[in-house]
Design a protein around this ligand. Structure first.
Ligand code: ATP
Length: 235
């Protein structure tokens, strides 16, 4: 459903993506792995229209979206959850979720989507009146993902959802991503935590200096000596 072909991104003087090609098929969780500065965030930003590529193409469900405006890309069902849980801290959990539905005109449909998020995330239902800023880090991440779900994604772009969270909470976030996928949403998951990501992903790509150096089924990547050494803490 997503096809990236030969993508190049330049920032002033920095060649951040160098002819990157990757794909996500319908129903897949695909992990995008790599160290700091490898180009993972840039890849997601180029897909969702936040940065303009200097070369290459991004196609979503057969349509070329390379130079489309971000809100139109979101409306097409490609929803980006950026790094750092950008929730509205002075609004309640419920209000945050409703804001995810700003493109949804049908109020009955909006209510249905918010209720579905509460089913997936009972903890958010318990805290629906609480201000976003008073939630724990893990809960804020869940709320950020929940808000994206209300938008109605076909493909969810997640940028480092495990960042700064304790292992137990990371496991809960990964379970949530798996549940969302089982529910019918495809996922492109950017992670520095390769071990957590490769547990739930079907396939993965490893990025170094803006280019893909390895890709394959998650089970093969977990065994790959280079991945074990560089990303899974092995020797
Ligand atoms: P991280 O996990 O640290 O976010 P990343 O793999 O997501 O790393 P990117 O943030 O995509 O990497 O950065 C790729 C390269 O582009 C890096 O060299 C970074 O310094 C550079 N870069 C990213 N954003 C900008 C920007 N707005 N202006 C200039 N250079 C940038």
């Amino acid at each position: 459903m997503l096809e990236i072909d030969g993508l190049d991104v330049h920032y002033d003087g920095v060649h951040a993506l160098r002819g990157l090609s990757l794909s996500v098929a319908e129903g897949e969780i695909v992990a995008l792995l790599g160290n700091n500065g490898a180009g993972k965030t840039t890849t997601l930003s180029a897909i969702s229209g936040l940065v303009r590529p200097s070369g290459g193409t991004v196609a979503f469900q057969g349509d070329d979206i390379t130079r489309r405006r971000p809100h139109r890309i979101t409306a097409a069902g490609l929803v980006h959850v950026p790094e750092g849980r950008k929730i509205f801290s002075t609004l309640s959990v419920h209000e945050n979720l409703q804001l995810g539905g700003y493109l949804v005109r049908d109020q009955v449909e909006l209510r249905r989507r918010v209720e579905r998020v509460y089913e997936l995330l009972p903890r958010m239902a318990e805290r629906r009146a609480q201000h976003g800023g008073t939630l724990s880090g893990g809960e804020q991440q869940m709320l950020a993902i929940g808000r994206a779900l209300v938008t109605g994604p076909k493909l969810l772009l997640l940028d480092e959802p495990s960042m700064g969270l304790a292992p137990l909470i990371v496991a809960q976030i990964m379970d949530l991503i798996r549940d969302i996928n089982t529910d019918g949403t495809s996922v492109l998951l950017v992670e520095q935590n390769a071990a957590a990501a490769l547990k739930i992903a079907h396939r993965g790509y490893v990025l170094e200096s803006g280019a893909c150096v390895l890709d394959g089924p998650a089970a093969s990547l977990r065994e790959e000596p280079k991945v074990v050494e560089a990303y899974l803490g092995g020797t």
